[in-house]
Design a protein around this ligand. Structure first.
Ligand code: SF4
Length: 298
C-alpha cells in the first residue's frame, strides 16, 4: 500500500518538510471523509492510479499529511481505514502535538487497533533546536507531551520517535539521543528511527541552510554508537551501507521505492553489499554525486 495523504493542512512549518506550501493551499475538501473513502475503495479494487507514492508496496500503509491528526473527521476516517485494511500495518506520521491532549490520545488509542504505529518527529533535545526546525514556538513542549501521553496509555499503538537529520540538528544528535534516554528510559516501549533528510519540497527550497552529506550524518551516528546500543529498537533510513560503521549496518532499512534510489555503476557495480543496500536517494545523487561511496569488495 502507498503513502496516503490523509489531510493537507499542518500546524507546523518544518524547514525540511517534503511538501511545498501549495499542497496545504489545496482545497481541504478533496481530503474530506467521503472523498478519502471513495479513493480507498477505488484503490482496493485496483481501479487505476489513486495514490502517487509507494503505490506498488502492498504490505503496509503510511498515513501522511500535512498533519493527519488535524483532519476534521480524523477518528471516523481512521476507524474506516482500520476496518477496511484488516491485518495491514498502518503507520501514522505525525508531529505528535495533538496527542498532548490526553483525551484525544485516549480516543486515538481506542481506534488505532494493531497492527498500528505512530511515528512522531522530534527535531532536537530542546525548544531552541526543535522549534527552530518546526517553525512554531511551543511545538517542542507539545510534541514531547504527545509522546509522553501515548506512552502512558496501556495498550497504545507502538510509538516511534523519528529524528530527521540535516545541518540544523546534526550537531545535537548526541544530545537528542541522551535526551530520549533521560526522558524515556524504558527503551523497550518505543522505537527510534534516524533518517537522513530527503531533498524535496521545502527541504529543496531551503537546501542552502539544510545541506548535509550522508558521510557527515554517518560520522555523527558512529560517534553515538554506545548510546545507540542502549535503545531496544533503533533504525536508520536512507543510509548507504558503505557509509555507516559495520556495527550499524544491521540497523539500516530500505524504505524508498526503487524509482527513488540509484546505485551508481562505477561504485555499486563492484560492491558485495549491493543487494541489501538502499543505495543513494536520486535527489541526493543530483546534489552531491557519488564520491562518498566506498564499495565493499567482493
Ligand atoms: S557502494 Fe553502493 S551498493 Fe555498496 S554499500 Fe555503497 S551505496 Fe551500497
Amino acid at each position: 500500500m502507498p503513502d496516503i495523504p490523509f489531510w493537507n493542512k499542518c500546524n507546523n512549518k518544518c524547514v525540511m518538510c517534503t511538501n511545498l506550501p501549495v499542497f496545504a493551499r489545496q482545497r481541504g475538501a478533496q481530503y474530506g471523509l467521503k472523498e478519502q473513502i471513495v479513493k480507498l475503495e477505488r484503490y482496493r479494487k485496483g481501479l487505476g492510479p489513486v495514490y502517487l507514492k509507494n503505490a506498488a508496496r502492498a504490505e503496509f500503509v503510511s498515513l501522511t499529511g500535512g498533519e493527519p491528526t488535524l483532519h476534521p473527521d480524523f477518528f471516523k476516517l481512521l476507524s474506516y481505514f482500520r476496518l477496511r485494511l484488516p491485518g495491514v500495518p498502518i503507520t501514522l506520521l505525525s508531529n505528535g502535538r495533538r496527542f498532548a491532549d490526553a483525551r484525544f490520545a485516549a480516543r486515538f488509542c481506542a481506534v488505532a487497533k494493531p497492527p498500528f504505529s505512530t511515528a512522531i518527529a522530534l527535531h532536537g533535545p530542546s525548544p531552541r533546536v526543535h522549534d527552530a526546525v518546526s517553525g512554531v514556538k511551543g511545538s517542542f513542549a507539545q510534541t514531547l507531551e504527545g509522546i509522553r501521553s501515548l506512552l502512558s496509555i496501556p495498550g497504545a499503538p507502538g510509538v516511534e520517535v523519528r529524528v530527521i537529520l540535516h545541518k540544523k540538528n546534526i550537531a545535537v544528535l548526541r544530545k537528542t539521543l541522551e535526551f530520549l534516554l533521560g526522558n524515556f528510559p524504558d527503551t523497550s516501549a518505543y522505537r527510534v528511527t534516524v533518517i537522513h533528510y530527503e531533498i524535496e519540497g521545502m527541504s529543496l527550497a531551503n537546501h542552502r541552510g539544510l545541506r548535509l552529506k550522508l558521510s557527515e550524518s554517518a560520522a555523527a551516528l558512529a560517534a553515538c554508537l554506545p548510546l545507540i546500543k542502549r535503545f531496544g529498537d533503533f533504525r536508520l533510513y536512507h543510509f548507504p551501507l558503505c557509509l555507516v560503521r559495520k556495527e550499524l549496518r544491521a540497523l539500516c532499512w530500505i524504505t524508498q521505492p526503487p524509482e527513488d534510489r540509484c546505485y551508481p555503476a562505477g561504485k555499486c557495480g563492484r560492491c558485495r553489499l549491493r543487494r541489501k543496500c538502499a543505495g543513494l536517494m536520486l535527489e541526493y545523487m543530483k546534489h552531491f554525486g557519488d564520491p562518498e561511496l566506498r564499495p565493499v569488495k567482493r
